[in-house]
Design a protein around this ligand. Structure first.
Ligand SMILES: NC(=O)c1ccc[n+]([C@@H]2O[C@H](COP(=O)([O-])OP(=O)(O)OC[C@H]3O[C@@H](n4cnc5c(N)ncnc54)[C@H](O)[C@@H]3O)[C@@H](O)[C@H]2O)c1
Length: 283
């Protein structure tokens, strides 16, 4: 069954990780894809960014699934650039039915300065808002918006923060997105357009599978690897899972983009192995 047959879906951060997974799953379900990514390092993160070759690989995989792809390098911090990318994508692919605001960074580390906070907010919050609002003029009744949040946005604030200013910025941005989605769901409702969020626990992508992240979770070791960090990740969730896979998140995204969820809006959908209930937050 093709659950997104002949829809066009725009996805930011589509060059790799979860964004690529969403693009491929959407194509497998019959959608054409507008794939946008920065394709460059973001200094504050301390891990390599995606590359133009990564974005080209996403295009290849979408086309391999039998669908069309329009790709554009753009920075979600630049609203005009995202608007131009979506407008050009719509001109080529004919329409826009849905958008996934997925691009994001994490600039974790206690040694970071305040720039790590502001850069996180610029990309993870303002970038998502730029993305949604670049898509809205193209979306008619039945249009669907998915914002990629994080369990970090559902957890309460913490006094002690081993992740430093960048982690504080990440949590702030993702918390604001919860409120943003709830507010916009009410505003968009009368036009028949929907907006929902997906909040995952740790996902196996380059954002997490890097030295800097392992160090934050295993400060007791000099050079921790994934095998050292994953047991700590596993201790956070109710189910026995360290990192969920990008495809686990994509399944939730496809549901929210499809007409199967036509009366679902303002949902904060967790794909978190029970991390939030285990934390006793109950959100
Ligand atoms: N990996 C996790 O554990 C995890 C957990 C919860 C939520 N998330 C969220 O999932 C989303 C995807 O992250 P991922 O895990 O796939 O990481 P990733 O680093 O593999 O992918 C992020 C993508 O976003 C792109 N990007 C970064 N800054 C950009 C910008 N300014 N403009 C355009 N593109 C930009 C990157 O180039 C990259 O391709 C993010 O919003 C992230 O916060 C990740």
């Amino acid at each position: 069954m093709s659950r997104l047959q002949d829809k066009v879906v725009a996805i930011t951060g589509a060059a790799r990780g979860q964004g690529r997974s969403h693009a491929v799953r959407c194509a497998e379900e019959g959608a054409d894809v507008i794939a946008v990514d920065l394709c460059a390092d973001v200094a504050a993160t301390g891990y390599p960014g995606a590359t133009p070759e990564d974005l080209a690989e996403t295009v290849r995989l979408v086309e391999k699934a039998g669908r069309r792809a329009f790709a554009r390098r753009a920075d979600v911090r630049d609203g005009a650039a995202v608007r131009a990318a979506f407008a050009d994508g719509v001109a080529q692919l004919g329409r826009l039915d849905a958008v996934v605001a997925n691009a994001g960074i994490i600039a974790i580390g206690a040694d970071r300065g305040v720039d790590a906070f502001t850069e996180s907010v610029d990309i993870d919050l303002s970038g998502a808002v730029n993305t949604v609002h670049a898509a809205l003029p193209h979306l008619g009744a039945g249009g669907s918006v998915v914002v990629i949040g994080s369990v970090a946005g559902l957890l309460p604030g913490q006094g002690e923060n081993p992740g430093g200013p960048g982690m504080a910025g990440y949590m702030f941005a993702k918390r604001c997105l919860v409120d943003y989605v709830n507010t916009l769901a009410v505003q968009l409702g009368p036009s028949g357009r929907r907006i929902n969020a997906v909040h995952s626990s740790l996902v196996s992508t380059p954002m997490i599978l890097n030295e800097r992240m392992h160090q934050v979770f295993r400060p007791d070791l000099d050079a921790p690897g994934p095998e050292d960090a994953v047991p700590v990740y596993e201790s956070l969730t109710a189910l026995p899972v360290g990192c969920v896979e990008p495809s686990d998140v994509s399944h939730a995204v496809v549901y929210l983009l499809s007409d199967e969820s036509r009366y679902v809006t303002g949902l904060q959908l967790k794909v978190d192995g029970g991390q939030i209930v285990k934390a006793g937050v109950g959100a």
